[in-house]
Design a binder for this molecule. Structure first.
Ligand SMILES: O=C(O)c1ccccc1NCC(=O)[C@H](O)[C@H](O)COP(=O)(O)O
Length: 223
């Protein structure tokens, strides 16, 4: 089966158009104002309207309250809510129930025990999961809850049974994504920094290269 490819943190037409044309399965908008990739709901709606159909539109939130999520959804239709903060399982379930939109819980992991804990906590309340590197320690200049180009030891995913579709993230690039997919048999991959020419500025050529490398790796894996 083809690997699911998500391009996160899109903010402009060249990046968005490149992701759609390259065949990305999901495109992500960051609704987290401190991020260099932050986008307003209106700007995301305008980008999204450039192409009917195509990839799932994913809205990324960090510990957002209901009013923020509701206002965003009123402006831009989203297919999936990515929760990239410290949302506990009952908050994930409540968001899913209240908005009727599937949710993907992002978790930062470094060990097998943390992967197992995350699956136990969120496997029954989230529609999808995303395994990312842990963010740098609080206070590190420029550190974000995600999107830090940090790689974690992919081998901690070996043999883990995740009960929902999941994505591997954290420091992926066009050069390492095939190895990542092969190493952990990841059914999906997510990238932001690795397809940028500068922090927060997407590079259409890198987006094309990333999607092509991920799709080729999944074809080879299933051949
Ligand atoms: O990208 C951001 O600015 C961001 C801000 C706050 C929470 C999450 C954020 N990004 C998440 C992602 O882009 C990805 O899901 C993931 O962390 C991989 O990012 P990267 O290592 O940059 O490829």
């Amino acid at each position: 089966m083809s690997v699911t490819v998500k391009i996160c943190g899109l903010t402009d037409a060249p990046g968005f158009d490149a992701a759609v044309a390259a065949g990305a399965d999901m495109v992500g908008f960051v609704f987290y104002p401190p991020s260099p990739r932050a986008i307003t709901a209106d700007a995301a709606a305008a980008l999204s309207a450039r192409h009917a159909g195509g990839p799932l539109r994913v809205g990324l939130f960090v510990d957002a309250d209901d009013d923020t999520i509701a206002a965003t959804l009123a402006a831009v239709p989203l297919d999936l809510l990515q929760l990239h903060g410290a949302e506990p399982p009952d908050r994930v379930a409540a968001i899913r129930r209240r908005f009727g939109v599937p949710v993907m819980k992002a978790v930062g992991v470094a060990t097998r025990a943390e992967v197992a804990r995350a699956i136990a906590d969120y496997g029954a309340v989230a529609d999808r999961m995303l395994f990312d590197a842990k963010p740098p320690p609080a206070g590190t200049p420029g550190a974000l809850p995600g999107g830090n180009a940090a790689v974690f030891d992919w081998s901690v995913m070996h043999g883990m049974s995740v009960p929902v579709p999941w994505l591997l993230a954290g420091g992926l690039t066009p050069d390492n994504v095939a190895r990542a997919i092969a190493t952990v048999s990841a059914p999906g991959v997510d990238v932001s920094s690795g397809v940028e020419r500068a922090r927060g500025v997407k590079d259409p050529a890198l987006i094309r290269a990333f999607v092509a490398a991920a799709k080729a790796a999944s074809r080879e894996g299933s051949a």
